[in-house]
Design a binder for this molecule. Structure first.
Ligand code: 0X9
Ligand code: ZN
Length: 696
């Protein structure tokens, strides 16, 4: 097996927790050889979307932290550095040695815990939890609030056989389902993103503690059920957090003589514990991992079924975004799938770190041609999801944007859950710049700090929960039915993957109350993915067209001016060249003083040609810039055209139904189809069921 650690001369093995190695320095100032290259966090210069997309093709470990001109990337070894350099990128080092950084964070965390018996968090927690701590909390919360909270067990165990626990909260939580809408919060899909679990479990404490004291929270838990699964990837998280806590490079800061040294082990592990597709990991195999713990496993956030296998997910098992052998091949994603398919989840948040973002569907850009041959477009609920995302992001100063705005992804949690169920779904990327920052920062992100004091993710989560109960953002079915009857809403359909489809079944139940009336908060009967979506397409012959040819040497650029001298719906700029290499295209608006503002750039991968589309281009001068990023063949053709546009509805425009059944002891007494749109309330008195029930 590959040994992830390199022994340092003059150091003797002292202790090993699992396979995480710790060494004791026996001689101060020993000459060190064969040190493993430190794991670094760097900011790669990516001034255009094309650079960003190109960076994504290199198999490196991209974070979500980016600004207009850069993306943060984790570099694990000399090979990663070489990959970046050979692709022509430049970068700035943010954290030169993540193990050292972790040693400092651990030190700060010890000091924080020593100085604060309790933090101001709802639970008073003052340090990062380990897996057992989460499992203790998931027992403790129901023990403390037995009528309000119950522990739940997800229907699948992790690959290493760990039970995935959650907690369900709501008034009379132990009574059968009574039609209240469900809010789901998930943490720790990615092993190293420790705050994502902390915020989830703290929200559970927050709700439980404040029920009956805070009117807003009381109302929310009277009218909803909240399901919180803080650790969706327990195998990976355990490796990351256990190794991370061990790092104690104490001589680095204080110059002590005896030093405990370690590599980061799995502290920066991202994925799950699938080492070989289709096989369960052997004992200890996952922990042995790979340098930094990053290589091994499947990215659970690329393994969901929605558009599985499409852009922004890798088919290479060594890559950080490895999608796995097939949609939902992993028990951890299957567990979440079954949870979400078995309840009416009207709003879902999946927590990650980092980059201070609130991301909403879709995971790929609207002009991406989807598996149906049409542009994917925006989500049909874009306006409402944007409004909610913006409101949540404002509580912590986060940026609210589409998932795809930084880089494409397919197979993510909310892209599946939203498109399969219609429940609104968001990814929170918690914290500005680290996977697991000093714990005090985690406290601040939750409660809000500085100008966000008293808001923070706590307030954002409460806003999300308010959305979950707000019937105008989902659907309702109500009517008369026999007291005590089980009602079932069921729907089976094909969820498109990138190259085919998988069968999904939503199957949810509730029990009719003693008054013989029911009100069921549900998701719309028609899924977003089959609804019509608006896409603006080119119509007719060009109003104006210019073609240019040129030559640009590698790493050089050529500018070409084009004047928009009439009203047009669309400006299309196309760049073509003879061989499948990489040329990039940028379009700038030229101001009167000659300054250039980028208004578009091409979005292609290495083997595709470049194309920019601008809607309603302002009249004036545009600069079309051709950059030879890596192409050996420097000749190109450029075409700029003005067109009238046509708004096209794409998508099947299907109307789907729920099948509503009324059951007595498992026997179906009535079955009806129900069509209900978002924001709509449908009345369905189950008269046949009532009459049969009476005689049964
Ligand atoms: O890449 C991911 O899975 C998420 N970011 S992270 O750094 N926590 O790994 C983002 C998922 C959704 N984001 C996009 N569609 N870009
Ligand atoms: Zn993540």
């Amino acid at each position: 097996m590959f040994n992830p650690f390199t022994l340092r001369r003059g150091r003797v093995a002292l202790a090993a927790a699992a396979v995480f190695a710790v060494w004791l320095s026996t001689s101060a100032g020993a000459t060190e050889t064969a040190d493993p290259a430190p794991i670094q966090l760097v900011s790669v210069d990516t001034p255009t979307r094309d650079h960003k997309l190109k960076l994504q093709t290199l198999g490196l470990d991209l974070t979500e932290r980016a600004d207009r001109d850069s993306i943060d990337v984790v570099l694990y070894n000399a090979a990663d550095v070489a990959t970046l350099r050979e692709a022509g990128f430049t970068w700035t080092v943010q954290v030169p040695d993540l193990a050292l950084r972790l040693a400092r964070v651990n030190k700060a965390n010890k000091a924080y815990a020593a100085a604060n018996d309790e933090s101001p968090l709802p639970s008073g927690q003052n340090r990062y939890r380990k897996l057992d701590d989460y499992n203790d909390d998931l027992r403790r919360i129901p023990a403390l609030w037995p009528d309000l909270a119950k522990r739940i067990t997800l229907p699948q165990k992790s690959l290493e056989g760990k039970t995935i626990y959650g907690v369900e909260l709501g008034k009379n939580v132990n009574a059968p389902e009574d039609g209240r809408p469900v809010f789901v919060m998930l943490g720790l899909h990615h092993a190293r993103e420790w705050p994502s679990g902390e915020h989830a479990i703290e929200f559970a404490y927050d709700l439980a503690k404040n029920y009956g004291k805070d009117q807003r929270i009381t109302d929310l838990l009277n009218t909803s059920r909240v399901i919180i699964v803080p650790v969706a990837n327990p195998d990976g998280f355990q490796k990351s957090v256990d190794d991370g806590h061990l790092i104690d490079l104490r001589e680095v800061d204080d110059g002590g003589t005896a030093s405990i040294l370690g590599t980061p082990g799995n502290a920066y592990k991202r994925k799950n514990c699938r080492i070989v597709d289709g096989q369960e990991p052997a004992a200890g195999e996952c922990a042995a991992g790979s340098p930094g713990g990053f290589g091994a496993g499947i990215d659970t956030n690329r393994n969901y079924g929605g558009l599985w296998g499409g852009p922004g997910a890798s088919d290479n098992a060594a890559d950080p975004t490895y999608r796995g052998a097939g949609p939902f091949s992993e028990p951890e994603t299957q567990a979440v799938r079954e949870l979400v398919s078995g309840r009416q989840v009207t709003t879902l948040i999946t927590n990650h770190t980092f980059s201070n973002l609130v991301l909403r569907p879709n995971g790929v850009a609207p002009d991406t041609i989807g598996p149906d041959g049409e542009p994917v477009g925006n989500a049909p609920d874009e306006a409402a999801m944007k409004a909610l995302g913006d409101r949540m992001a404002a509580q912590n100063g986060y940026t609210s944007q589409h998932g795809w705005e930084l880089y494409d992804t397919t197979g993510t949690t909310e892209d599946w859950s939203y498109n399969a169920t219609g429940g609104f779904g968001y990814t929170f990327e918690i914290g500005p710049d680290e996977f697991h920052p000093p714990y005090e920062k985690v406290v601040g992100e939750y409660l809000g700090a500085g100008e966000y004091a008293g808001k923070g993710n706590r307030e954002a989560f409460l806003i999300a929960l308010e959305n979950a109960v707000d019937a105008t953002t989902h659907s309702m079915i109500a009517g008369k039915a026999p007291a005590g009857a089980t009602l079932r809403l069921k729907k089976s359909f094909a969820t498109p993957t990138w190259e085919g489809s998988i069968k999904d079944t939503l199957d949810t139940t509730m029990k009719v109350g003693s008054n013989g009336k029911y009100t069921w908060h549900v998701n719309p009967s028609t899924r977003p993915i089959v609804q019509k979506r608006q896409v603006r397409l080119i119509s007719g012959d060009p109003l104006k067209q210019e073609t240019y040819s040129g030559t640009t040497l590698p790493s050089q650029q050529t500018d070409q001016e084009f004047v928009v001298d009439q009203d047009a719906d669309i400006l299309e700029v196309k760049l073509d060249w003879p061989t499948p290499d990489d040329m990039d295209l940028y379009v700038y608006r030229k101001a009167a003083d000659g300054t250039l503002t980028e208004v578009g750039s091409s979005t292609s991968f290495v083997t595709e040609k470049e194309r920019v589309l601008l809607q309603n281009p302002e009249q004036g001068t545009y600069v079309l810039r051709v950059e030879n990023f890596a192409s050996v063949t420097p000749t190109w053709d450029l075409t700029a055209s003005l067109f009238n546009g046509e708004d096209k509805e794409v998508g099947d425009g299907l109307i789907e139904t729920w099948t509503l059944t009324c059951e007595q002891n498992g026997t179906v007494l009535q079955r009806i189809p129900v069509i209900v749109d978002r924001g709509q309330q449908v009345k369905a008195d189950l008269k046949t069921c009532l009459s049969k029930w009476a005689t049964a």
